[in-house]
Design a protein around this ligand. Structure first.
Ligand code: SF4
Length: 187
């Protein structure tokens, strides 16, 4: 295991500096089986930040977030909403692809709490640079990383409002109230 991620943060916080520093991150085991670090990209600063769980198979190969099937779905959703993807910032809770082999396929596995916590300094630094007013948590892991098991994700210098977009409504209903509706006072 390498240095903790917070010891790798660059002095000057910019997205290119952070992305370059994260290339060498070995703060948890996920780097070992992934092709490369997949850092966030998009507008910085930006009003909206979209946070998914982790890069998928395609993202791992291309080194960019949301370029696989989930990315195509996201693109069409943004287009339908009249939002230019370049004007939002997209990233993931963890920056390396976690997978298990099934035949010739690499099947995604959700990161565990240790991995989510290890990667948190990168996400916190992204929030500080992007300064979003709203963070949309795409799916259960992203919502959980903020509201549940991994503890509340706070940035002292910037406190955006978190908004869950559930892909598994029963899970979110148990954790954070009605599907698609954030708690009245997100922390
Ligand atoms: S998942 Fe995050 S903490 Fe773990 S090695 Fe990758 S960048 Fe570092």
């Amino acid at each position: 295991m390498g240095k903790p991620a917070d010891e790798l943060l660059p002095e000057q916080l910019t997205i290119p500096n952070l992305a370059a520093a994260a290339e060498d991150c070995e703060a948890c085991d996920l780097h070992a089986r992934a092709t490369q670090t997949v850092f966030g990209e998009g507008g910085a600063p930006s009003t909206v930040m979209l946070v998914g769980e982790q890069p998928g198979d395609r993202e791992d190969v291309e080194g960019r977030p949301f370029v696989g099937p989930a990315g195509r779905f996201l693109d069409s959703a943004l287009e339908a909403a009249g939002i230019d993807r370049k004007r939002v910032y997209v990233t993931n809770i963890v920056k390396h692809f976690k997978w298990v082999a099934r035949g010739k396929r690499r099947i995604h596995q959700s990161p565990n709490q240790t991995e989510v916590l290890a990667c948190r300094p990168w996400l916190q630094a992204e929030i500080l640079v992007v300064k979003p007013k709203v963070i949309v948590a795409l799916g259960a892991t992203a919502a959980k990383a903020h509201w549940a098991g991994a503890g509340s994700l706070k940035c002292r210098a910037w406190e955006p409002r978190w908004w869950p977009l559930c892909t598994r409504p029963p899970f979110c209903a148990r954790r954070i109230g009605k599907p698609g509706r954030p708690p009245s006072s997100p922390t």
